[in-house]
Write a protein that binds this ligand. Sequence first.
Ligand SMILES: Cc1ncc(COP(=O)(O)O)c(C=O)c1O
Length: 394
Amino acid sequence: MQLSNRISQIQPSATLKVSGKAKQMIANGIDVINLGIGEPDFQTPDNIKQAAIAAIQTGKASFYTPAAGLPRLREAIANVTATDYGISVDQTNVAVTTGAKMALYGTFQAILNPGDGVLLPEPYWVSYAEQIKLAGGVPMGMPVTDGFKVTPELLEQALTAQVKVLLLNSPENPTGVIYEPAELQAIADWAEQHQIWVITDDIYGKLTYNGAKFTSIAALKDQLPTNMIVINGVSKTYSMTGWRIGYVVANSELIKALSAFLSHATGNPAAASQYAALEALTGLQDDAEMMRHAFEQRLNTLYPLLNAIPGFSLATKPQGAFYLFPDVADAQALTGIATTGEFVDQLLTEAHVAVVDGNAFGVDHHVRLSYATDLETLKNAVSRITEFMKTHTK
Ligand SMILES: Cc1ncc(COP(=O)(O)O)c(C=O)c1O
């Protein structure tokens, strides 16, 4: 009995793997601090939970919805995007999906032919490469500036006849970097000139800190350019990772194709979750702001503490998302631990702190820590890592 070639070329999600190992250790009674997972520690706000409960109790959530989502939800997403991005879009430009993961998966299925290349500025989120492979495409990791940004010059160097798509993620997982409008304009011009699709993963767009402003590359004109595909969702902003609602905003022809794909792949995203997402996007935003503010405080506390750990360095302070991506080359040199994978393993087994190996994001000698957990736990994690460095420094 043999598995398909397709499935044999993909790896399980590295972030879920680390987190699974940490959870197993916790289940075995070990006090592990899990900074491996990218999920807010807050419960979903009450008004959102109540909207789902009402949808279940009134029976509205009992039935299939259209494959691309409830018309009211598609309309609400179009309205929020039109307002936030200053572009004119309507519900024919929107497909609701089972998490932003399915938004990306369906998009790759809809636009990639076998052998088509997707440029992935490094570091990049773990699932992009595997999803591209599942669509028959070729993930093409590419170098970025020291500030973790891609430029038209670097894109020009990476360009081959194979390249069909550029994937941008801002605010970025794992670096927390946000692109400036002028930088985006230059990238958009380059993509237009070469007729390259741009997928912009804006899932962390509302999680920006210390006055940093997020602009999407899809928000530079009054109209959404035909080659731009926006990926977004409610998972991170509204602490709704378990509800699985994401969405795509793109030209209506692509949305039609995507809807056909979704009609066979998922049928529709869970109806109760769609009613919850409708409330998230149209209801009071106070809880979302409270959570954003909490992440900001954590970043401001954790950033200097982490930089003070011998061998850990973070040149620029992240501006968004909820991750830190320190360079640990010196920490490895100090401790004589040869690979970042081993360093991460030892941190987990000895210091009981779970972080993710930067290699999972295409960049060696870095680790990713998530600060989507409370301040006390974060400070405790820093103490444990500091102690680990003290005992292992040669
Ligand atoms: C950059 C990025 N895009 C997409 C997703 C997927 O989000 P969702 O939980 O809505 O599928 C994540 C989740 O970790 C992410 O970090």
